[in-house]
Design a binder for this molecule. Structure first.
Ligand code: NAD
Length: 492
């Protein structure tokens, strides 16, 4: 069994505690690797190594073009290794191989895109209104960026942070989820192979409170880029506020997926299924509130139940599996809890609603795709993030009702709209309070498109050209054409 240490300053190092914990395969339940249990001491070592690397001329004076070349080289190596990385992700998080291998191949594009962008961040020469003074702006990196990721798509969530942060000239300390650390640790060897100087990228592992929180508190950290629950995100934000440290927060969601009577019926059914049952519902952008126009509600639910009940549940390593296991035991228990909550609050379960123990499944962590109808938007099952294969169907009458119900939630990560009316598509995309709105599609993401949340779903944006500036700060430089002994008591 492989034992993983921390990766600090270009070397594998023993954790200060000398303790390790198990990582298990969610499908089989078998323990297949041991992970270093990090502490404040390890966080301190890693942040100091990243700070030294940030200040070292090898990285600090490297031309942006050359940083970009390193990122492009890393993209090529990731592409070469994408099959292996995809399998590691599945062993650790139980998501489907079909999805994870596509994801690990695609993540190379973030490194390539930001590699290309590294030398294209331009300041400006300002048309100064002060005679005799030249003023220009320059964008500079922030310093050491702490990157904390969730367990559902470890390498993808990391690429959204690491690629722009390195392109901008920062250094990194990564803390992956305690449930799924292996793929990120394996990436460290690829970073080394690409030729990044030691200390530029570091990885420490362990539990959020034991190693993540001390890293966030570290005074040498310049920023935290976090993906995870709104609960942990709030704690991190509080710590950051004490230090006046910027953050990017990619948090939870309870996204409305809205189907109008004029939609392509079958496409909308598939979109609703993909919104909630893909990735076993363990995705921040899950379309977990399905708003269906009342005129087609019953017909739509009937077809939804038909299609969802055909989903093949089982081994995530098989390419024809549709729904895999739940990744973690606490998450499994949370899903079952919310099924009970929905029933207690009066929702009607029309599909699933219990653990799945049928043929072809190992382990003890499967939940049937579950659909609740007769849900009102104020029920807990409609307001709280479950992060599992549980769909709440809510009827609506008019377009304005869909907007009102869709926005009546603390979250604002994403929304889906299914309609054949282009005017309605435009109106809905304007009125829905979410960082992403999909029309007649769902779950599309790209390195080119900004991603992030409104309201309690987060702060800042990842991906797209602008996000590189989330890892930079602008400096305004004033240069007098000639020196003069001006009156020092008057503003120039
Ligand atoms: P989580 O908040 O429990 O943990 C996320 C990470 O934060 C882990 O690495 C954990 O160890 C660390 N952590 C926890 N408490 C911490 C603290 N006080 N200080 C520092 N680090 C801490 O979330 P999770 O269960 O791993 O992931 C599921 C959540 O992530 C869901 O809410 C989901 O919506 C969200 N998510 C959001 C996005 C997005 O892009 N918006 C993407 C994926 C997942």
């Amino acid at each position: 069994m492989k034992v993983y240490q921390h990766y600090i300053n270009g070397a594998w190092v023993e954790p200060a505690t000398r303790e390790y914990f198990d990582t298990e395969n969610p499908y089989s339940g078998e323990v297949w690797a041991k992970i270093a249990r990090g502490s404040a001491e390890d966080a301190d070592r890693a942040v100091k190594a990243a700070k030294a690397a940030f200040e070292n001329v090898e990285w600090a004076d490297m031309r942006p073009t050359n940083r970009g070349k390193l990122l492009v080289r890393l993209a090529e190596i990731i592409e070469r290794e994408s099959g292996r990385l995809g399998e590691l992700e599945v062993r650790d998080n139980g998501k489907l191989i079909a999805e994870m291998s596509a994801q690990t191949k695609y993540l190379a594009e973030w490194y390539r895109y930001y590699g290309g962008l590294a030398d294209k961040v331009e300041g400006a020469v300002l048309p100064s209104d002060r005679p005799g003074i030249f003023n220009f702006t320059r964008y500079e990196p922030l310093g050491v960026i702490g990157m904390i990721t969730a367990w559902n798509s470890p390498l993808l969530l990391l690429a959204w942070k690491l690629a722009p942060a390195l392109a901008a000239g920062n250094t990194a300390v990564i803390k992956p989820s305690e449930f799924t650390s292996v793929s990120t640790l394996e990436l460290m060897d690829l970073v080394k192979e690409a030729g990044f100087p030691d200390g530029v990228v570091n990885c420490i592992t362990g539990y959020g409170l034991e190693v993540g929180a001390p890293m966030v508190e570290h005074l040498d950290l310049a920023k935290v880029a976090f993906t995870g629950s709104d609960f942990a995100g709030q704690k991190i934000y509080e710590t950051a506020a004490k230090k006046i440290m910027p953050v990017t927060l990619e948090l939870g969601g309870k996204s409305p997926n809205i189907v109008f009577e004029d939609a392509d019926f079958e496409a909308a059914v598939m979109g609703a299924i993909s919104g909630i049952f893909a990735a076993t519902g363990q995705t921040c952008i899950a379309g977990s509130r399905l708003l269906v126009q009342r005129s087609i509600h019953n017909k739509f639910v009937k077809r939804l139940v038909e299609v969802a009940s055909e989903a093949k549940i089982g081994d995530p390593m098989l390419t024809d599996t549709h729904v895999g296991p739940v990744t973690t035991q606490p998450q499994y228990e949370k899903i079952l809890h919310y099924i009970n909550v929905a029933k207690e609050d009066g929702a009607k379960c029309v599909l699933g609603g219990k653990p799945f123990t049928g043929d072809g499944v190992k382990g003890n962590r499967f939940v049937e795709p579950t659909i609740f109808t007769e849900v009102s938007n104020d029920m807990r099952i409609a307001q709280e993030e479950v992060f599992g294969p549980i769909l709440s169907v809510i009827p609506f009458d008019k377009e304005n009702d869909a907007i009102r119900i869709g926005n009546d939630i603390v979250f604002g990560l994403a929304a889906g709209v299914w309609t054949s009316d282009i005017g309605r598509a435009l109106r809905m995309s304007e009125k829905l309070k979410a960082g992403t709105v999909w029309v007649n599609t769902y779950r599309a993401v790209s390195f080119m498109a900004p991603f992030g949340g409104f309201k309690r779903s987060g702060q800042g944006r990842e991906s797209g050209q602008e996000s590189i500036k989330e890892f930079m700060q602008v400096k305004s430089v004033w240069i007098a054409h000639k020196t003069s002994a001006a009156n020092p008591f008057i503003m120039q």
